[in-house]
Design a protein around this ligand. Structure first.
Ligand code: ZN
Length: 253
């Protein structure tokens, strides 16, 4: 009888291990699905996209500026050539001289427009550069926040996983002490009753469902070496004894 008594508490220990393992696993899942990390990563993605968009815009403007610069120097070259011709003294026809002079004037007018366009583009480039700088600062800030969060999460997960392996080891050791048919029954009830197969009856209170049974029903649960059934939650119950408290403490961490 002494042996059987011992076995019953082991069954309760098995329950506490299973519950602890399930709750630690839930904690890990919760950490892995961290809402805050997701939100920060989403924010980072948006900033990177904004940054890339600005950079694309910047490249286009630079290309345009380069094109206008080339055009300007080509046109300046043309002016220089005309001026050289005019000063070379080889042109004698006054009509030709006037033509060259007029062409210079007209090119200068176009050049002025090109220069204005270049200035406009450079102002826009400056603005974009300023925005890129701001987005970069934002990116750095969020990115380091994301890294910090990830590190915190992985540290927490590591600590929980250490606990988990401790409880899994514990559970394995307890399993060896329980008869197979009892384990089968335990698993059946656990499956049907939301992960809890066995509870303690303390006075009239079933600690598995936290409900009080009638005094008559509670009185029937009198033998410490027997497994009873809670009339309310239909789980297995065993009568409370002093050894239960240190066991509960043992599975709290
Ligand atoms: Zn119950």
């Amino acid at each position: 009888m002494e042996d059987k008594n011992f076995d019953l508490l082991n069954l309760y220990k098995l329950q506490l291990s299973d519950s602890r393992i399930a709750s630690l696993e839930r904690e890990v899942e919760k950490l892995k699905a961290s809402e805050e990390l997701k939100a920060r990563e989403e924010e980072l993605k948006e900033v990177v996209e904004a940054h890339n968009g600005l950079f694309l815009n910047y490249n286009e403007l630079e290309k345009e500026r380069k094109k206008l610069d080339d055009e300007l120097s080509m046109k300046n070259e043309k002016i220089k050539k005309n001026e050289q011709k005019l000063s070379s003294g080889t042109i004698t026809s006054s009509k030709e001289i006037v033509n060259y002079q007029e062409e210079i004037v007209s090119i200068r007018k176009v050049n002025e427009e090109i220069e204005n366009k270049i200035i406009e583009i450079m102002i826009r480039i400056d603005d974009i550069n300023e925005s890129i700088k701001l987005e970069n600062e934002k990116k750095e800030k969020i990115s380091s926040h994301v890294d910090k969060l990830k590190e915190e999460i992985s540290n927490s997960i590591r600590i929980i996983e250490e606990k988990l392996s401790k409880y899994i080891q514990k559970r394995d050791n307890i399993l060896k002490l329980i008869p197979d048919d009892l384990i089968t029954k335990y698993n059946e009830v656990k499956e049907k009753r939301g992960g809890i197969a066995i509870g303690i009856l303390k006075e009239r209170m079933c600690m598995a469902c936290n409900m009080e049974m009638s005094s008559g029903e509670a009185l029937k649960v009198s033998n410490l070496n027997e497994i009873y059934k809670c009339p309310i939650c239909k789980r297995m119950i065993i009568r409370y004894r002093a050894e239960v408290d240190p066991i509960i403490e043992e599975f709290k961490d």
